[in-house]
Design a protein around this ligand. Structure first.
Ligand code: BTN
Length: 332
């Protein structure tokens, strides 16, 4: 464990720790400890320093803990997940599992990270991943059906995340096709699905979930769209380890069910949580923008859009959706 990780672990209880005590426990000089504190501050954590008392986090942090996550998994997930790993920092949990899948490891693997250096979002965007508050989680799963059989999987994964949130008592979250999760119009979670394998043969899917749990405002200043976090939405403190296990339980259940039954078992919940149904939206397509009213999704997960009196289907990856009321929408 690096010094930065050790110092964060010591500070996690939210109490004061003097520089000399931190130095003593870690076996490092005070200046090395100071550099570790600076690195933690640079990564977005709020750390107070008070003369004569030392350093303290503005709030205690529940560190991610593999044993705690594992202890909260249900039997189905324990049986399904071959390997569960928790990293302090990583480039991207998706990249990590994708590389393993590309090397031919087709077992179910899950990984979580406290922070990601190059977290990735959809459409080539980056996913800002400060430590100590959010969840960055990926699960890899092998499907025998090949990539062609997987249309709709990203919607099933989004329903799985919604089920986990509902289990936490959050009922006001809504889905924005294909798999954004919003709360009162602000982004709460995003899902990135990536594939390794063939169109016809076996293929591995990495489902990556980024979920804002507790975000001090300064940490997300580079995020362009409006966002919120789970603790704000619930007005309560959330156990990240418990939530991670809940997400893994729902994702394992959903992926196993999708493998056998496709999207059908998810459609009713999709409709119930669909935040776009009946809304006038703009779709940005490679060839231009179309506008219409959302009429839900079809049995494969394609967006149904009514425009000029015709119902059209749009598939994931071909379109981008913006609410018509969005002032940044270039189509208006
Ligand atoms: C989106 O753009 O809405 C999708 C965001 C997905 C972010 C998660 S965080 C865990 C996993 N690792 C990544 O690099 N990305 C996904």
């Amino acid at each position: 464990m690096s010094l930065v990780q050790t110092v964060l672990k010591l500070l996690a209880n939210g109490e004061f720790h003097s520089g000399s005590a931190l130095g003593r426990v870690t076996g490092c000089s005070r200046s090395a400890v100071w550099k570790a504190i600076k690195a933690l501050r640079d990564s977005g954590l709020e750390i107070y320093s008070v003369r004569g008392k030392g350093y303290r986090l503005s709030r205690p942090v529940e560190m991610l803990d593999m044993d705690k996550v594992r202890a909260a998994l249900n039997t189905g997930s324990v049986q399904a997940i071959h390997c569960l790993e928790v990293f302090h920092d990583i480039d991207s949990t998706n990249t990590y599992l994708l590389e393993r899948a590309k090397q031919g490891d087709n077992r179910v693997r899950a990984c979580l990270a406290e922070t990601q250096r190059t977290g990735r979002g959809r459409r080539g965007r980056n996913w800002v991943s400060p430590p100590g508050g959010n969840l960055y989680l990926s699960l890899s799963w092998c499907f025998d059906s090949g990539a062609r059989g997987l249309s709709g999987l990203s919607l099933a994964a989004a329903v799985a995340v919604m089920r986990a949130l509902a289990g936490m008592g959050l009922h006001q979250a809504r889905l924005k096709w294909p798999n954004d999760i919003l709360c009162e119009g602000r982004k709460l979670a995003g899902i990135l699905l990536e594939l390794a394998g063939e169109a016809e043969g076996p293929c591995a899917v990495v489902v990556g979930v980024g979920l804002n749990v507790r975000v001090p405002p300064g940490e997300m200043s580079s995020v362009e769209q409006p966002w919120t976090d789970l603790e704000t939405a619930l007005c309560a403190t959330v156990s990240r380890n418990g939530l991670a296990a809940r997400l893994l339980n729902e994702l394992c259940h959903a992926l196993a069910s999708f493998e056998h039954q496709g999207l059908e078992p998810f459609l009713e919940e999709w409709a119930q949580w669909d935040g776009l149904a009946g809304q006038d939206v703009c779709l940005a397509l490679p060839q231009g923008t179309v506008r219409g009213v959302v009429r839900g999704v079809d049995e494969h997960g394609a967006l149904l859009l009514a425009h000029d009196g015709v119902l059209q289907r749009y598939h994931s990856g071909e379109v981008s959706v913006r609410l018509a009321a969005d002032p940044r929408d270039p189509a208006q």
